[in-house]
Design a binder for this molecule. Sequence first.
Ligand code: DI6
Ligand code: FE
Length: 405
Amino acid sequence: MPRPVFDQLWTNARIATMCGDDLGMIEHGAIASQNERITWVGFAADAPIADAAVVHDCAGALMTPGLIDCHTHLVFAGNRAQEFEMRVQGATYEDIAKAGGGIQSTVSAVREATESALLQQSEQRLHVLMREGVTTIEIKSGYGLDLESELKMLRVVRELGRRNALGVVTTFLGLHALPAAFAGRADDYVDHVCGKILPVIAGKGMADAVDAFCDEIGFTQAQTQRFFETARRIGLPVKLHAEQLSNQQGAALAGKFGALSADHLEHLDVAGVDALAKAGTVAVLLPGAFYVLRETKLPPIDALRKAGVPIAVASDLNPGTSPIVSLQANMHLACTLFRLTPTEVLRGVTVNAARALGLQEDRGSLAVGKRADWCVWSVAEPAELCYWMGGMKPDRIVAGGKERK
Ligand code: DI6
Ligand code: FE
């Protein structure tokens, strides 16, 4: 027997590699990995079976890259069911925010929660997403709004990554809402974040990127710019909640700073599309928040397509605007509400989602050298992954070269 050169080989799969412009299908494909990396992909007929320590027969099932949820606020305490009830009775998200609820109520809950309670509540949600096939997730802070509480959130995010078999990307959402202690002094808060919070968080290596909420009920373009300038000096990439509830020309700013992504984008205009296209910034669409807020203004999807802006889809999982603990529900909603094609959505939760995290060289597609993250689905057609809303789970999940049990 020759010494095995692959830990495992999975064969007889229809592999949606996501290489190229569409699904990059290899019918009758096989894939092999060594440690946490893919080391061979091709036709099953050519598969180096004799070189593999273990061979799995997929019996014609569909294989995709592991799913990537590239925009979440998964770490939070408590919930906002009461506000949900108010909104059902006619109050708007902005009304509630202006009355001191909204993000502020979750800030209070997070500040009061012990670190272990925060971890435990968040991990339950994480496990639901993992069972859906999520192998990489981005999680934002932004419900602490002071150094101690932001650090507490970020430690929980890092701990989730240590305890669970998936990749976790940490984003410091420094400008999410104005904390009560700075009421009426937004510029002072921005100074505080830039001078006292971000440098400490970056110094401790607790953030992979930064993010801000540039909106009427968030921060202005000028304030966001100051924050981005600090991030740039420190060497952290930027992302932006842009043009969600109003147009603040956030996309232009995102483009100027070469942002990894601009997210939401319902109110994006032609100039904004252009800015994203020029910068190669990913447009992250969040249909769950659109749905929960009963928005009617659609992101300019055709213009994004025509301009060649890569489109990703994510859950925005959060207690206010997207209490949807499911990336797959968002995949369905992206088709139904935004009329993205299933192919666009599948690319949006794999290859383009990886790009929104700056990880396109590392994961998001099934090619030699990429992380061995994949899901095996017993479906006949890839579109079926977007067709169901609820109930769809992969049969098998491999994350970092290891099958999850
Ligand atoms: N936009 C959103 O959709 C979330 N944050 C943001 O800036 C909502 C966060 C929340 O309501 O708790
Ligand atoms: Fe968000």
